[in-house]
Ligand binder design. Structure first.
Ligand SMILES: [Cu+2]
Length: 136
């Protein structure tokens, strides 16, 4: 078939159109396990907020359904984490709140996987520093 002359299209325009029409192709999946596109907002029942936790305090939350839930600390922007809830994963997980020099503070590990109806327990192991575990 004869070559048809096409208007010049800038690559950036093509990329933007691709992203708009295929959102999942452009979003990062930090959850590491589940298929699908990235961190989702917690469905009802998966919202949580520990409130302020001092050193030595812990907070536990049970996740009823499969999802990928992002969370953070209200006091430290660098503290973010992900909970992947999927069939076949562990019954529970423990996340430690720690100092992470030179970056500040962190959830360790920052990503955990549990099964639906499983729970996560956060423990503040950071000397003299208040943290929270708060769903995004
Ligand atoms: Cu914090």
């Amino acid at each position: 078939m004869p070559a048809r002359s096409t208007p010049f299209v800038r690559p950036t325009v093509v990329l933007v159109l691709f992203c708009v029409t295929s959102m999942s192709a452009c979003s990062k999946n930090n959850g590491g396990g589940g298929g699908g596109g990235g961190i989702t907002n917690p469905p009802s029942g998966d919202s949580f907020d520990s409130g302020d936790m001092n050193q030595g305090q812990s907070f536990q939350f049970t996740f009823p359904t499969a999802a990928t839930v992002g969370y953070h600390c209200r006091h430290h922007a660098e503290m973010t984490g992900t909970i992947s809830i999927a069939t076949g994963q562990a019954d529970s997980a423990v996340v430690s709140m720690v100092s992470n020099p030179p970056y500040g503070h962190a959830f360790s590990p920052s990503t955990v996987s549990i099964k639906p109806t499983g729970h996560v327990r956060w423990v503040n192991n950071d000397a003299g520093v208040v943290h929270t575990a708060t769903s995004n």
